[in-house]
Ligand binder design. Structure first.
Ligand SMILES: Cc1ncc(COP(=O)(O)O)c(C=O)c1O
Length: 436
């Protein structure tokens, strides 16, 4: 009989609710989408989380992507400790920042210079400001279901029609901020063309491997079309590799697809579990940023020495054999989950790329946000609760991606698949019980 004791988490949650809105510092952590309270974490070890009640869970969130080597990797901890012993922040340049920039330029062919920030949101904001400054235009095209941080203008939802100016997706976002965002459906060439015809775009902004509506890869030729339309219309192609960068290959989704960006947004793995993100691109564009140029951007903790050290240690471990291992273990997980679902006659779509995976509760392949939204969200929620009670910690939303890491051993992946099979079976029992 599987179980999850959560008395201490419940107590912590009660306390947090009094002091933090919704009891958390970022909404998805609250686990509302799967209909339960959050687990409070005491520590992490490799691929596993240990919560405050002592439950040990195989972690597929991994801090939402940064922890590609799992929790508390000794080399990353040593690099942080070493840096911390010398001082935590100077507000002045350090050699590590240039070392990290050099490492990134070696991995991303399209990146010649880098500006570091503390979060992906800031890097997105800067990318848009720079694209507008470089083109003298205002409109930015983004795709429904993609996420680029909580930037006002990018918290936009669809208006009516094929490719439209957007409406604010949150109270507090001014109409004017959303109106400069043009929204199109992912993988939809007609919508892309309509947007390019109707608006003078400063930027076409895309996750080259979208992972914020679940994992929805581009259809054949779609990224190439983005590159081509950007070139034809004078827009900049801004690729957001905050999730895919350093994960799906050394040089991210750009290396895998061969489609290079004018500007690249990076984060997560780049900071090795500490707050670091960056914007990168060609020299002539990047030199528009202050103080080399007049496009203003700044940050008290940008290029923080601890984050830089964690990032460098993380990237140092990411050689070709590491990517081959990550790819193999993700496939092992995907194959196992596929078999488990088939055995339980549960119609799901399992989509994966190295270090990324989504189980869509859908009978049909998912190619855009509308299809992701049409998934059986209640079934996904139920399955996640069953997984938690069997020692597996999945992303608590159908629209978030699983992050298997290099710390996930074959034995842990096989245990995950066993738990998933049992979870599918438990759902079938309840469904047939309800029919009886
Ligand atoms: C693709 C993408 N871009 C940007 C961001 C924003 O990054 P941050 O949360 O560091 O602000 C995220 C966050 O999940 C993301 O997934």
């Amino acid at each position: 009989m599987s179980s999850l004791t959560d008395a201490r988490s419940t107590e912590q949650y009660r306390r947090a609710l009094e002091l933090l809105p919704g009891g958390v510092n970022s909404p998805v952590r609250a686990m509302r989408a799967i209909g339960r309270n959050p687990l409070f974490i005491a520590r992490g070890e490799g691929a596993e989380l240990i919560d405050v009640d002592g439950n040990r869970l195989i972690d597929y969130v991994c801090s939402w992507g940064p922890l590609i080597h799992g929790h508390a990797h000794p080399a990353v901890l040593a690099a942080i400790a070493d840096a911390a012993a010398k001082g935590t922040s100077f507000g002045a340049p350090t050699p590590g920042e240039t070392d990290l920039a050099y490492e990134v330029t070696r991995r991303f062919e399209s990146v010649e210079m880098l500006r570091m920030t503390s979060s992906g949101t800031e890097a997105s904001m800067t990318a848009i400001r720079l694209a507008r400054a470089a083109t003298g235009r205002e409109h930015v095209l983004k795709f429904a279901g993609s996420y680029h941080g909580h930037v006002d203008g990018l918290l936009a939802q669809a208006g009516s029609g094929l490719a439209t100016q957007s409406l604010p997706a949150s109270p507090g976002v001014p109409q004017s901020a959303a109106a400069a965002t043009v929204l199109a459906s992912w993988n939809d060439l007609d919508a892309l063309d309509a947007a390019c015809e109707r608006f003078e775009l400063a930027a076409i902004l895309a996750e080259p491997l979208p992972a914020n509506m679940g994992l929805v890869p581009p259809r054949e030729g779609f990224l190439e079309a983005l590159r081509e339309r950007a070139g034809q219309t004078g827009a900049l192609l801004v690729l957001d590799e905050v999730i895919s960068g350093f994960r799906v290959a050394r040089g991210g989704a750009q290396e895998r697809s061969g489609v290079g960006a004018d500007l690249t947004i990076m984060g997560k793995v780049l900071g090795g579990g500490l707050p670091a993100a960056a914007l990168g691109g060609r020299t002539e564009l990047m030199r528009m940023l202050a103080p080399a140029g007049d496009v203003y951007q700044a940050g008290t903790l940008s290029g923080n020495p601890l984050a830089v050290a964690a990032g460098l240690a993380t990237l140092e471990l990411l050689d070709e054999p590491a990517y081959a291992r990550l790819s193999a273990s993700t496939e092992r997980l995907a194959d196992g989950l596929r078999d488990a679902a088939a055995e339980a006659e549960r119609p799901v779509q399992i989509v994966s790329a190295p270090g990324l995976l989504t189980v869509f509760f859908s009978e049909r392949p998912v190619g855009d946000f509308a299809a992701a939204q049409a998934c059986d969200l209640d079934a996904y929620a139920r399955w996640c609760r069953e997984l938690l009670s069997r020692g597996v910690y999945p992303p608590p939303s159908q629209f978030e991606t699983w992050f298997p890491s290099l710390a996930h051993a074959p034995e842990q992946i096989d245990r995950t698949v066993e738990a998933a099979a049992a979870a599918f079976a438990a759902m079938r029992e309840v469904a047939s019980g309800a029919r009886a």
